[in-house]
Design a protein around this ligand. Sequence first.
Ligand SMILES: Cc1cc2nc3c(=O)[nH]c(=O)nc-3n(C[C@H](O)[C@H](O)[C@H](O)COP(=O)(O)OP(=O)(O)OC[C@H]3O[C@@H](n4cnc5c(N)ncnc54)[C@H](O)[C@@H]3O)c2cc1C
Length: 446
Amino acid sequence: MTQTPPELDVAIVGGGPGGLAAALALTRAVKGIRIKVYERAKNYRPLGAGAILEVNGLKAIGAIDPALEKWFTANGWTVTVSKTYDERGNEVKSVLTDHDKALKKYGKQSTFLGWYEIQSAFYRALPPDTVVFNSRFQSYEEDSDGVTVHFAGGSPGPVQAKVLIGADGYFSAVRQQCLDDGPPDFGGTVVWRARVSVKQPLEHSSWFFGAEKVSYMYAISSDCMVWTASAPIRLVKEAGVDFDPSNGGRFRASTQAVEDVDSALERCLKVFEGYPEAFLEVVRETDPRAVAEHGIFTRQAEALPADGWGRGRVTLLGDAAHPVRPTGQGLNLTMEDAAELAWHVQQQGLTADALRSFELERIPRVGVIVKKAQQQGEAAYKKHAKDASVDNRRFALKENYTEFQNSKNFMPLVPEQAACSSVEAAEISREGLHTAQESQKAAVFA
Ligand SMILES: Cc1cc2nc3c(=O)[nH]c(=O)nc-3n(C[C@H](O)[C@H](O)[C@H](O)COP(=O)(O)OP(=O)(O)OC[C@H]3O[C@@H](n4cnc5c(N)ncnc54)[C@H](O)[C@@H]3O)c2cc1C
């Protein structure tokens, strides 16, 4: 391939939270490293709804950039009371979460944030010009010196790097070339979600279980909330709503449906007809342009390749490596990947061996979490709220599992005292976030 040395150390395909976190982690792990993130979108727009940063995800972010972890903790929203209702709107249970317990035990507590705020915070923390927009990965070639990456339409032109990271989501094109193992499985479920403004902070989060459907409403700040709703494809079809996972479903999953949002709200309302008013009235009030629709796509834990999910000088991370049922761990596992990958590179350099040891270390842990998410996700669609919670309790591993999920520690990439983040201290305030949210809302609803 190269007569001259590669122009980059690392080329990352995909500028979602995974690609950005990996770029930040590697920047901090290896002084002077030359990295670019190639993202197919033209720019970042205020998309997405919300996500939870769990103890394990926060620990990984703390290892990458302690100031960024502080920012997330300061600007996230913590839910104390969580209520569960059945399909008629009757309260089934109310759970008070003792966050101090997690704080004492693990030094962190989980927190909700807007997805866009998470993505933006990583983007801002990176050196300027790290992300190259409008760059759709097409293919790569590898030789003993590195990898040459090609983009659609020849724009940008071919890029040479020592290592290629595929962080391009569920339908990873990098994975298809590297492993050629076909698309992920459609999990049989369709999801709608949106972020909406509220005049007053939500007092509690609300789960609605029943009639084989699930919906959830939670706050991400004092003036914003998110709702999600999911239903099995059988019920979606019975409601007269067409959803084809082999084309539209795939398309929607990878773009979060921004091109097709107008009908997503109506489609959701059709499928959830008769569901509790407390949920439906929020959905009806939502700006249709804010509603995303997508299928759930996963790969079974058993399908994780035993010899690693990359080949040669190419690796994968996040949803590209292990698409997981959305039970709150997808983003957190992705943060873990970023911290672990950078640590292995810091120890072993930018070599194929470093990539394989990263993957082989990740697989046993990722497998447990992917499997658990699969079980939790499937249990949630049982007929009644009570059944669903019983099913969730039935996993004997639950206590140990929480411990397993939360007790893992990550090696700091930069010694704590030397950690100097590019995240401005001024941003670590709720006031700062509110200003950001105002401009975001203006952009969404313009
Ligand atoms: C727009 C968007 C909104 C989302 N909103 C939410 C949300 O509200 N809540 C939630 O829990 N999860 C959301 N997700 C999913 C969530 O980010 C992931 O499940 C998880 O965080 C893992 O992140 P990732 O970076 O591995 O994958 P993703 O977040 O899917 O990011 C993949 C990135 O790769 C880019 N890409 C794909 N193909 C190519 C290509 N050929 N060339 C170049 N770039 C490419 C995509 O545009 C995307 O930016 C969203 C994802 C996206 C893309």
